[in-house]
Design a protein around this ligand. Structure first.
Ligand code: SAM
Length: 194
């Protein structure tokens, strides 16, 4: 299994948007979901994608995508799927919006604590200024943490350091988040340790 956590600093937390860019750069989110799950003529079955939306009107939201053959996802229309998921949110509950897709009010830090309590530990923070990832053997069941166009907020960078010292760089190029996900998927595929 491989997991991705994307922190969207301004991604809108209600479903009433028409323009993905205007809605706190949800275009970055959509591209990232597509790159996490889709390969040519197929979907990755060994993938979990956590989206943290920290934008208005009611942050945070945690949307969890766990591969499910019934998941109603099409790469042509992830935006409308995200809208429907946000509309299905109910206060105080973790809602199964669709097969494999869950929505709740949960912060990045609360998510990390929950993952740690469930026994997960192989966190990798992705930052251009980290150690070169190509020299490091990835551990089993890696969990990659990525930011959006503004990067990972400082308080969350500091927080995750309680759980991992692993800050990794994909080199000096500043990639799109979605491009990082493709590279990371390639590295996990190559390692064969997912
Ligand atoms: C467009 S970048 C963010 C740029 C932002 N201005 C910053 O300084 O963090 C989006 C995310 O992709 C990841 N990223 C981009 N390029 C990377 C690289 N060369 N190595 C590691 N992670 C990278 C980071 O997680 C980053 O938060």
């Amino acid at each position: 299994m491989r997991e991705f956590i994307l922190i969207s600093n301004h991604g809108q937390t209600s479903g009433n948007f028409n323009d993905l860019m205007q809605a706190g750069r949800l275009d970055i989110v959509i591209h990232s979901i597509i790159n996490a799950f889709f390969v040519s003529n197929n979907m990755r079955e060994d993938t979990i994608f956590h989206l943290i939306l920290n934008g208005p009107p009611d942050p945070p939201r945690h949307i969890e995508f766990i591969y499910d053959s019934e998941m109603p996802i099409s790469k042509k229309d992830v935006g409308n799927l995200l809208k429907s998921v946000l509309w299905k949110y109910k206060q105080g509950k973790k809602i199964k919006a669709f097969p494999g897709i869950f929505v709740e009010k949960k912060s990045f830090q609360a998510l990390i604590k929950e993952l740690v309590e469930s026994g997960k530990k192989n966190f990798y923070l992705l930052d251009k200024r980290g150690k070169d990832i190509s020299n490091i053997g990835l551990k089993e069941n890696p969990i990659f943490i990525l930011g959006d166009h503004e990067g990972i907020p400082k308080n969350n960078k500091k927080f995750i350091k309680r759980y991992t010292k692993e800050v990794f760089s994909l080199g000096r190029t500043n990639y799109f988040t979605s491009q990082c996900i493709t590279i990371l998927n390639y590295l996990v595929d190559k390692n064969g340790n997912n």
